[in-house]
Design a protein around this ligand. Structure first.
Ligand code: HEM
Length: 330
């Protein structure tokens, strides 16, 4: 009993320290960081994002997920972009391999910025600004981007596996994953609203359709049966590799609140989506988003700023990579 109390105290202290770190690192970022050294960052990024979105509107979803996966592993320091010759980097981990999008596009933006402001703009800041501009370009909200992140030196597939949420995570596990990075239940629910845009490979949902809880033939009974039937047509069991793609919500090329209405109708794609209706606090946040779409846009923006501040490297920590795919030395 005594030891479990002191364990809880210890967890609280760790959580508090992490949250304090997130807040203090945010304080070191600033909107005007590149005002003197690279004012061209805004037109260059905006122009390129407009081109990417014109060529493939869905790429906005790719960028959004890229930022999420960057920030949740070692903080927002572009470790997700580092390549490994032995395939042991974050991008090689199962949650990323074969499904991460936007990496080449970020490399191209970096190359363009190196032409105008050599060695100045970090890859971590590029991910953040490209994501903001891409979401706005497809009709989503826009938010203030703070700059001054530096790029990390380490990227590990093992850490990605440990830290990235899985589509089967239940509510308490999600709360814990977000909480240890200083993000609240409000952030969890609102940021999950990113699933209003984009797509998933069938492999992520086939367990829920054909092998729920490891029981062959069982479909998650909390899923609306008509919805499950439609997904089974798109993701047939005789294609176990699951390479087809399915939309994340009923209006997956529009940034709106249909994701939340879908959740209320038991039409969430992943277990990690559906589980958000299982808790009164998160259910209230979902209801608010459905009733007040403009509040969702505002809250999403605020949560993106918070997520974009997780574990940032500032000052002389890390480096400003010259090529987003590799460290400057070695
Ligand atoms: C809460 C835990 C979350 C889980 C378990 C989760 C899981 C997933 C999975 C499995 C996919 C499909 C990947 C594929 O097969 O292509 C996906 C897609 C996506 N996720 Fe999440 N996600 C979560 C939270 C978030 C957050 C916080 C964001 C951003 C703020 C986000 C943004 C996206 C986007 C935009 C896509 C579509 C990507 C594309 O179209 O390429 N997700 N997510």
């Amino acid at each position: 009993m005594k030891s479990s109390v002191s364990m809880r105290r210890c967890i609280c202290i760790v959580g508090f320290v992490l949250a304090a770190c997130v807040i203090s690192s945010r304080a070191q970022l600033s909107e005007s960081f590149y005002s003197n050294t690279c004012p061209q960052i805004f037109p260059v990024v905006q122009g390129m994002v407009d081109q990417f979105v014109a060529a493939d509107r869905s790429i906005a979803g790719g960028f959004l997920r890229l930022q999420f996966h960057d920030c949740f592993v070692r903080g927002c320091e572009a470790s997700v972009l580092l390549r490994s010759p032995i395939r042991a980097a974050e991008m090689d981990a199962p949650p990323n391999a074969g499904s991460l999008r936007g990496v080449d596009e970020i490399d191209r933006v970096k190359a363009a910025l190196e032409q105008v402001c050599p060695g100045v703009v970090s890859c971590a800041d590029i991910i953040t600004l490209v994501t903001r501009d891409a979401v706005a370009a497809v009709g989503g909200p826009s938010w203030q981007v703070l700059f001054g992140r530096r790029d990390g030196l380490v990227s590990s597939a093992i850490e990605a596996n440990l830290n990235l949420a899985t589509p089967a995570d239940p509510f308490p596990v999600l709360v814990q994953r977000f909480g240890r990075l200083g993000l609240s239940v409000q952030d969890l629910v609102v940021l999950s609203g990113a699933h209003t845009f984009g797509r998933s490979h069938c492999i992520r949902v086939m367990g829920r359709l054909y092998n729920f809880l490891g029981l062959p033939g069982l479909t998650d009974p909390t899923m609306d049966p008509t919805f499950a039937g439609t997904l089974k047509i798109m993701c047939p069991s005789n294609q176990p590799q699951g390479t087809n793609v399915v939309p994340l919500d009923s209006t997956s090329d529009t940034f709106d609140t249909a994701y939340f209405s879908d959740l209320l109708a038991n039409r969430g794609l992943f277990g990690s989506d559906s589980t958000l209706v299982s808790n009164p606090t998160s259910l209230a946040i979902i209801n608010e988003a459905v009733l007040q779409p403009e509040a969702f846009f505002r809250n999403f923006s605020a949560s993106m700023v918070r997520m974009g501040s997780i574990g940032v490297l500032t000052g002389s920590a890390g480096e400003v990579r010259l090529n987003c795919g590799r460290r400057n030395q070695g």
